[in-house]
Design a protein around this ligand. Structure first.
Ligand code: AMP
Length: 376
């Protein structure tokens, strides 16, 4: 953790580990301010490289490349949580990783993540950790169905997890645990809504929370985010309180996201991401500062902007299979900002971009989204 607030000013260089869409949107926000960008990614001309000054084309855990990135950057950040911890600690020791390595260590591992939440007294689904098939069998004897078994590391977008609906799924779960070893079994929460709280914290403890957003997934991939979320005042208070507790406990620096389930007036924390999040893309058009702009301010030691939601908003992801539709719609698209990430290859389910719809009222936003969807 940094001991003092290091100020990085334009045109100093921000290094980004990972060259996907999150890095790209961070880079664009930083470029508006006049910073230079260096990116480390194994794919030449990756989405971030297209808007950066330098690309180091190498594997994320290539220590020579990490040293080079650290050397040419005044501050380093990352766009995903699976940053090699040795690499993160190296940059931290050089005094160039204000976010530190602790948040990465926790969010890379569901056991550490859920244990930390529990230790902080926050509401989470009941869970058990298992390390093989035998332990899984024992754990399931004490667990009500439905439940879900997830790998403790490496899962994303629903990959690396299986829902266990009834005792009939027991053998599938045992096989899964035997194959993946370190797993978490969670009680299934019959939630009504999924929400996310995206916030930014500075190196000196300044905290700004974006409006709570409501998320819909399709095939485990985020499909749509609506802000502000339609939730009770109690849920809102609980969600903000949970985010504040975690921000402090983990001494977060930068933009950070927490996904939660809502059931009645209760919340259950699901996952955390130590970086800007897909469900925060709406902030680019709908807030006075985006999650990316705020992130850059935090890692550069600048004060945060006070967040305001300017208009109701819905963000819809564009996957590979939606590309044709979006391009066909663009010439007539009303109040929809299209963002394409510059990725080659339109693979189904691959996130290629997003569209953000804003209007004066939520009803008008819904109509715009409906119109966009109907034309599909
Ligand atoms: P995760 O990778 O943990 O974010 O899970 C992906 C998705 O699976 C979530 O967005 C939920 O829709 C669903 N899910 C995961 N865990 C649970 C749970 N304990 N109860 C209900 N739904 C869950």
């Amino acid at each position: 953790m940094p001991e003092n607030n290091q100020t990085i000013l334009p045109a100093q260089t921000i290094g980004i580990i990972g060259g996907g869409q999150l890095g790209r949107m961070m880079a664009i926000a930083a470029r508006y301010m006049g910073y230079k960008i260096a990116v480390l990614d194994p794919t030449p001309n990756c989405p971030t490289a297209q808007v950066a000054d330098h690309q180091i084309t190498a594997a994320y855990d290539d220590m020579y490349a990490i040293e080079k990135l650290t050397d040419i950057s005044d501050v380093v950040t990352y766009e995903f949580e699976n940053v090699d911890l040795t690499a993160a600690r190296y940059i931290e020791e050089k005094g160039k990783l204000p976010q530190g390595s602790f948040a990465l260590e926790v969010t890379q591992n569901r056991e550490k993540e859920k244990s930390l939440m529990r230790e902080a007294g926050l509401p989470i689904p009941e869970f058990t950790i298992v390390t093989n098939g035998e332990e899984c069998k024992t754990a399931l004897q004490n667990m009500a169905y439905p439940a879900v078994i997830k790998t403790c590391s490496g899962g994303y977008d629903g990959k690396g997890q299986i829902k266990l609906t009834s005792k009939n799924d027991e053998s599938t779960a045992i096989e899964f645990a035997e194959k993946n070893k370190h797993c978490i079994i969670e009680q299934w929460v019959p939630f009504e809504k999924e929400i996310s709280v995206v916030f930014t914290r500075t190196q000196t403890g300044g905290l700004e929370i974006f409006p709570i957003a409501e998320n819909t997934h399709k095939d485990h991939i985020l499909y749509q985010t609506v802000a502000p979320a339609i939730i009770s005042e109690q849920v809102k208070i609980k969600a903000i309180q949970a985010a504040t507790v975690l921000a402090e406990k983990m001494q977060i620096v930068g933009t950070f996201a927490i996904e939660m389930f809502v059931k009645g007036d209760e919340i259950y924390l699901n996952e955390m991401a130590p970086r800007p999040h897909n469900s925060g893309h709406y902030t680019i058009e709908a807030c006075n500062i985006s999650q990316f702009g705020q992130h850059i301010r935090a890692i550069c030691g600048l004060p945060l902007m006070k967040v305001e939601l300017l208009r109701p908003v819905t963000m819809v992801n564009i996957l590979g299979e939606d590309m044709e539709h979006v391009l066909r719609m663009m010439p007539t698209l009303e109040n929809g900002s299209v963002h394409l990430y510059g990725k080659d290859g339109r693979k189904p389910k691959r996130k290629m971009g997003h569209v953000t719809f804003t209007a004066a009222t939520s009803d008008e936003v819904s109509k715009l989204v409906m119109n966009y969807e109907e034309e599909k």
